[in-house]
Design a binder for this molecule. Structure first.
Ligand code: ZN
Length: 160
C-alpha cells in the first residue's frame, strides 16, 4: 500500500533546523500516527510523503511557507506586566495563551523590561526551514470513523 488520502500512516522522524540542531524527534516515544490528506501534519511534509511505501526513508527540506509560515513582526506585541494573568509568566521563554482576533494563540515571552513584557505570537518554528529525516513505519487504510474525525485513533493517535 502507498500513502494516499485516507490512509493511516505511522512515521519515525527527526526534525532539524538549518544549524543541524534536533528540534523534535519521535525517537524514544515511538512513531507519529497521522491521517494522510487531513492536514494533521505540515503541508510540505504531507506532500513529500504522498506515494511513499512502508519501509521507505526520505530526507526533505521544507521552506517556511510549506511549514509553519513566515515570521510576522505584526504578531509581536508589548503589553503591561499587569496585563499578564500571572506574574510568574514575566520571564523570557514563558508561554501563555492570548485571545486575538483570530482566536486563541500561544504566545512566547521574548523580553521583560521594567513593567513591559514583549509577547511573540508567531509559531516557535515560523520562519524556519525544516529538515526532516523520515522513515515510513506502517500504512493502513483508515477506518470510516477515523476519516470522519479527521485523525487516527490507533497506535498513539488521537485519544478521546
Ligand atoms: Zn476521533
Amino acid at each position: 500500500m502507498k500513502i494516499s488520502d485516507g490512509t493511516a500512516v505511522q512515521i519515525d522522524y527527526t526534525l532539524r533546523n538549518d544549524a543541524g540542531e534536533v528540534l523534535d524527534t519521535s525517537e524514544g516515544r515511538g512513531p507519529l500516527a497521522y491521517l494522510h490528506g487531513a492536514g494533521n501534519i505540515i503541508p510540505g511534509l504531507e506532500a513529500a510523503l504522498e506515494g511513499k511505501g512502508a519501509g521507505d526513508t526520505l530526507s526533505v527540506s521544507i521552506p517556511p511557507a510549506e511549514g509553519y509560515g513566515e515570521r510576522d513582526e505584526a504578531m509581536v506585541m508589548t503589553v503591561a506586566l499587569s496585563q499578564l494573568p500571572d506574574r510568574k509568566l514575566a520571564q523570557v521563554g514563558a508561554h501563555l495563551n492570548v485571545q486575538t482576533g483570530q482566536g486563541i494563540r500561544l504566545a512566547t515571552v521574548t523580553a521583560v523590561t521594567g513593567s513591559r513584557v514583549t509577547l511573540d505570537l508567531n509559531h516557535p518554528l515560523a520562519g524556519e526551514t525544516l529538515h526532516f529525516d523520515v522513515h515510513v513505519v506502517d500504512i493502513q487504510e483508515a477506518s470510516a470513523e477515523e476519516r470522519a474525525h479527521g485523525h487516527v485513533h490507533a497506535h498513539g493517535g488521537h485519544a478521546h
